[in-house]
Write a protein that binds this ligand. Sequence first.
Ligand SMILES: [Zn+2]
Length: 329
Amino acid sequence: MRLPLLRVAATLLAAAAACAQAAEPATPEGLVVAAKRAAGQDYAGTFIRICVAPDNLNAGGPRPAPTLATRVVPDRATWYAQPYKVFDNLYFVGTQIHSSWALTTSSGLILIDTLFDYAIEPEIVEGLTKLKLDPRTIKYVLLSHAHGDHDQGTALLQSRYGAKVVMGAADWDSTLKRDSTYPGGVPKRDVAVGAEGTKITLGDTTVTVVPTPGHTPGTLSFIFPVKDGGRTLTVAYSGGTAFNFPRVAENFAIYRDSAKRMGEAAGAAGATVLMTNHTEFDRAWDRARLAQLPRAAGEKHPYETDAATVKRYFEMQGLCAESQRLSMN
Ligand SMILES: [Zn+2]
């Protein structure tokens, strides 16, 4: 009887040791190492922005809201980018720094993010026209979040073309409090997306809107189909990235949970393309230009990866946020 008992004891001890190992508390440093592994070279830009001090510190605190009088319009050569057809049904009309995308459907255009106001005419209005798309057919404007680099073109597209504006409910609240001197003006309240999310369908195309609060309280992320030579791929568009929100532990927990939610949604949808709204995070400007070049037989589209690679983006985001949250305790 002794031997089996010893064996049982040994098994229990081994199980206890394994448990202790699994329960070893995560450290901020350990999470950064795990995030770096998840990022790899695919997402080095985002990793450096949110996981590597001091870029992940909000040293300046909240910035005052810009006005038409105080804003600075940078030299055009530092931001202007040509417009590009990137997929059969997706067109880049962003700058060298910020993305704006036009998704074509059987019933008009869905525009995602609207840049700083100085870029709206040259990039979006003239860009669409150069691409033989008609800005008057913009039916929806989807806003990832209410920060000036992504939303200043919104009021113009709403008032000039009658586009419906889709924004997270909390970001509508902050938008509507803006002074009328806000660059680009203030859009009128339109489609407000709550915590349950929604789907936007235009003609033959549906965009799944996933609320991912964190970067702002109303940040939205999107899942939608694109076609590459007739083959359908699914895009996971991450709507908010930097940690420039009030630095309290709760906000990092909200951000972490949103990364998990979007990672799961992207996985369930079978997304193999990861997009964000700053070109430093997904190399949109590079990829848009690479997409213009001929490809060898069997060569993938420059944006196409695989489900595991897309998943790693959201894992990295969650790990960086959790690292920050832990470092505050
Ligand atoms: Zn932002």
